[in-house]
Write a protein that binds this ligand. Structure first.
Ligand SMILES: *Cc1c(COP(=O)(O)O)cnc(C)c1O
Length: 363
């Protein structure tokens, strides 16, 4: 069996246990020294001035929108191909997600489609750095600047990624990260953070995550209760040191997949548009996707589909405008994520690539 993922700690196991023991021995579990230290360390790693730890990546997005004053009556233009949480976060802030279709090759939001979707109500653009590949931030920044709009970057799949040599998250006014266990930097539970270079946005986000309190028991505005707890912050500090080598390993495994799959020419492998891609996932495309997935399953290879449904077609968004996104709709029918995580040996990549070729020859 080649499982899609392995979530138990590996080479970081000893570091994680030391971190957990330290927090338990201290006896302080919410809003303490581990979170303070993680926020400093993560901001530095992400190339940002400030990081604010929150409960989830979804909350990081929603709190970022609220800290920017985006809410009812506003529209946020985003990608139809992402975890639905990207759009749900817009709705949590009281605003409305508007979908601009993706670039058919890069699979991230298309700058020309974004520009065409701008209305008087547009308050921000939210690109998603999907699968670890940065969106075209050069083109998107040009649109945002020309139209006087802010960018909030969904970096939930793109820890340490860069675009045109510059860290993702540094193009926008704020960015959001998830530390859900499957992410490139994962906690042993839920977690998230938003980053920004604006001290006022960081300060407001710190209030909003803590019930809108200024002083203890004094709630100045309607906030939420969404804090990255001390155990998760300590675990994330321990893992942050491993992240550069894990990222390098992801890139090496992706290069091995490319070498094997592109040489055979039997399967469509989405291109790498930027050397700053961090390979959260390794998707391929096939017109016979479901049959291929079944063949791989029969060969003991676990794959997943990211994502089977374009966000605007989710019933949960039935009350939003049903933007037509034909490219995303087609990609959702063809995309298939292969196993890729830093603990995977080279041989597993070769076995998966062989199985794909065999499946194609037989079908
Ligand atoms: C995981 C993810 C989210 C949501 O993060 P949670 O921590 O699960 O709330 C949002 N956007 C993208 C692109 C994601 O991959």
């Amino acid at each position: 069996m080649i499982p899609f993922l392995r979530l138990t700690p590996g080479e970081d196991n000893a570091d994680v246990r030391v971190a957990v023991d330290r927090v338990i021995a201290r006896g302080w579990f919410v809003l303490g020294p581990e979170l303070d230290a993680f926020e400093r360390e993560f901001a530095a790693a992400a190339g940002a001035q400030h990081a604010v730890g929150v409960g989830t990546g979804t909350d990081a997005l929603a709190i970022a929108f609220r800290a920017l004053g985006i809410g009812p009556g506003d529209e946020v233009i985003t990608s139809p191909l992402s975890a639905a949480y990207s759009a749900l976060a817009v709705m949590m802030a009281g605003a409305r997600p508007v979908f601009a279709d993706i670039d058919p090759e890069r699979l991230t939001i298309d700058a020309a489609a974004v520009e065409a979707a701008i209305t008087r109500r547009t308050a921000a653009i939210m690109p998603v750095h999907l699968y670890g590949q940065p969106a075209d931030m050069v083109a998107l920044s040009a649109v945002a600047e020309r139209r006087g709009l802010g960018i909030v970057e969904d970096c939930c799949q793109a820890h340490l990624a860069t675009c045109a040599g510059r860290p993702v998250g540094s193009y926008g006014v704020a960015a959001a990260y998830s530390f859900y266990p499957t992410k490139n930097l994962g906690a042993l539970g839920d977690g998230g953070a938003l980053t920004t270079n604006d001290p006022a946005i960081a300060a407001r986000a710190r209030r909003l995550r803590n019930g809108g309190q200024t002083d203890r028991y004094h709630h100045d505005e309607f906030g939420v209760n969404s804090r990255l707890d001390e155990l998760q912050a300590a675990i994330l500090r321990a893992r942050l040191g491993w992240l550069p080598s894990w990222t390098a390993r992801r890139r090496a495994l992706a290069a091995r997949y490319r070498m094997a799959l592109e040489a055979s020419g039997t399967i469509d492998v989405p291109l790498e548009f930027d050397a700053g891609h961090v390979y959260h996932l390794f998707p391929i495309r096939s017109g016979a996707r479901d049959a291929l997935q079944a063949r791989l399953r029969a060969a003991g290879i676990e794959t997943l589909i990211h994502y089977p449904v374009p966000i605007p077609q989710q019933p949960a968004l039935a009350n939003e405008r049903p933007d037509d996104c034909p490219i995303a709709t087609r990609v959702c029918a063809e995309i298939l994520s292969l196993p890729l995580h830093p603990g995977l040996p080279d041989e597993a990549i070769d076995r998966v690539a062989d199985a794909i070729q065999t499946a194609r020859i037989e079908s």
